[in-house]
Design a protein around this ligand. Sequence first.
Ligand code: SAM
Ligand code: SF4
Length: 495
Amino acid sequence: MGGTFDISLDSLAGRSVTLEDVSSECTSELPQTQGKDLRAVRLLPGPEPQTAPCATGARDGATFFLETFGCQMNDHDSEKVAGVLLSRGYKQVESPDAASLVLYNTCSIREKAAQKVFSRLGEYRTKQAAGQVIGVLGCVAQQEGKEIFERAPWVSLVCGSASYRKLPELLAQVEAGNQRVTGLNTDTDETFETPVTRRDNPWRAYLTIIEGCDKACAYCVVPFTRGPERSRASDSILKEVRELAELGYSEVQLLGQTVNSYADPSSRRMRFSELLLAVADVPGMRRVRFTTSHPRDFGADIVAALEAQPKLCNHVHLPVQSGSTRVLREMVRTYTRDEYLEKIAMLRRAKRPIAITTDVIVGFPGETEADFAETLTLLEEVQYDSLFSFKYSPRPNTPSLSMPDAIPEAEKSRRLTVLQETQREIQSKRNASLVNTRFEVLVSGKSRRENQWSGHTSCHRVINFTSQEQNLLGTYVQVLATGAGPNSLVGEQVT
Ligand code: SAM
Ligand code: SF4
């Protein structure tokens, strides 16, 4: 089979995937959130997405369009923002032209992402005069703050993610006609919980368990844009998981910038690994995922939980960023190459195979050819199942901005290509070794071609397969892998 998947590791949306996902003409029928609005209509069989029970606040006929950039945490924030708006009586529309309120939930992790937001805003220069309200949410809002009003005076609302709790009040001000409404405080111990979340995917639900970040990686804007680490109480998490199971969701993905740094603020003081087991115990839940884990806080108790409970998916995303201890120190990642490799060895000793994926940055200031070579040998040593690779992008407010020995763009691009080629070969071999293996697959896509379906394995591989069944979406089936490419498997349904 050949061609290109347009579903991939969608839980990692927003990152530059190293290698194009390869498969046949399978298309995901799931509503895709990245770069698109969150649709209010249900496109697929499955449980009804949660929708708004009441209408308060918005003027008659108010409509909203919401476009999301960035990571899955942004996707999920948008689901919650959509819930807040629906509960205020807004209707969701599919085009910004049809909306009275246009919102951009933004990402500023790399420069290009932030530039994209301003170019999108430029397209809406004339809209405020036409009565439309334009708002900027998320990381660019937090990073640029009131400066956005200067660069794009047609914007009326600027709100960072740490202020989403205040969104109903801020919206009330917008609805009252206030032209410059801001929510930019990051000094908070609150998490963004809302009684109504409008989820996109009918089977897999995102659930943020920890917001913000207290790590201080030298290159990263997240501690500035998302504020300090705040964990959600375990009983509130478990209540939502039970509700999700009752609605028919069978897979839950626990989210956090450093999800495994979770610290239960309630008197139960549940550890992250205990929370994983408790979530998996909720009747109806069949798969539990979590991302992103920070290597420093990744302990043996998490591996023991994965061993003990098969509902915990056999996939861990453990970003390394560099294979050079010297660069890791400059990045303030708080572990050495050897310490990272000890965590990998712990995962490899687990009683069942666990897929491991990672993030790598090339061209960090001062990264020598020898440092980069160490990253390549790390890839060979770990044999990652997939990898997300980034050229270092200097970001405002970050310590690395003033570091000497910037790497030229052309050299960063060269290193990225070498890294991706190395990983492509590793992935081709790893996937080829899985031919003739049986997988349980959650079916999430149907091809335009007859009898062709696609879905994800527990280890989060995309598998494209044939089946004579008529209605598989949202179900779990057994698939035998019969072929492999660098980014996906192909197979056939078996009993
Ligand atoms: N919290 C996660 C961790 O510790 O690995 C990562 C979250 S960050 C949103 C996702 C990835 O973006 C990072 O793992 C890193 O590889 C990449 N990234 C962050 N800042 C970057 C920058 N300034 N330039 C290039 N890549 C960056
Ligand atoms: Fe950014 Fe580091 Fe926090 Fe991850 S752990 S969000 S890379 S500061």
